[in-house]
Design a protein around this ligand. Sequence first.
Ligand code: GUN
Length: 284
Amino acid sequence: MAKIIDGRAVSANVKAEVAREAQALKAQGVAPGLAVVIVGDDPASRVYVNNKKKACELVGFLSEEYAMPASTTQAELMELVHKLNQDKKINGILVQLPLPKHLDEKAVIEAIDPVKDVDAFHASNVGKIMIGDYHFLPCTPAGVMELLKSENIEINGKECVVIGRSNIVGKPMAMLLLHQNGTVTICHSRTQNLKETCSRADILVAAVGIPKFVKADMVKEGAVVIDVGMDRDENGKLCGDVDFAQVEPKASYITPVPGGVGPMTIAMLMKNTLMAAKIQNGLT
Ligand code: GUN
């Protein structure tokens, strides 16, 4: 029987700490502000953006939403980013991904001022993460690290396997585990001995985007299993990348979906926005 790691509870603790710090900043005349840009009407993106707005209200940040039609041009979106870069009220800029196909995501990310890049997607922030010298934590991987910390799970010297090599999760996840002295392997769609590799893991992080991809025979007895997936099963029900019913009896710790990693991403975004406000006001 695994211990289920409660992401909602850990997220609430992180947000409460951010709220306390935001209060202290306000006493110094600094009010953290986050701008969230959403282009088009992807329903999942809409849910994420609404949750980000709610979290801002909870921790006492100013939040501005820019909802743009799917027909928005690259020039219009770039103009908005440039305007937000200059806006003194705004400390963090988040452009919700994915963008509609006709827009150049990379150019938009690179246009965000790195000190306002609270997603830590800009190449200069990614580079800083690589060398272990960073202010902004990549939100989802940082959320996973916070969950591990909340249970005092040792990473030092452990076999860590990350399934998925995306820029948003897989690659920065591997880097954060490496910074904590994990022995890290990244698996992906071309990995030949996936089952054997995953079965070696003391800490297994699934970020593939395939419902219930991780089965019991890929998991070592007593492993810590972290599920980053936000998928839909055959009945349209929200599920993760891990087959929870199969894997839970074998794991020592496991995160559920929903209520595991998901709430942490937003909590870490709040932490980054607070950090952005401090940096921009010379308070670090
Ligand atoms: N789409 C899915 N996850 C994320 C995220 O963490 N940040 C942004 N900007 N878009 C996303």
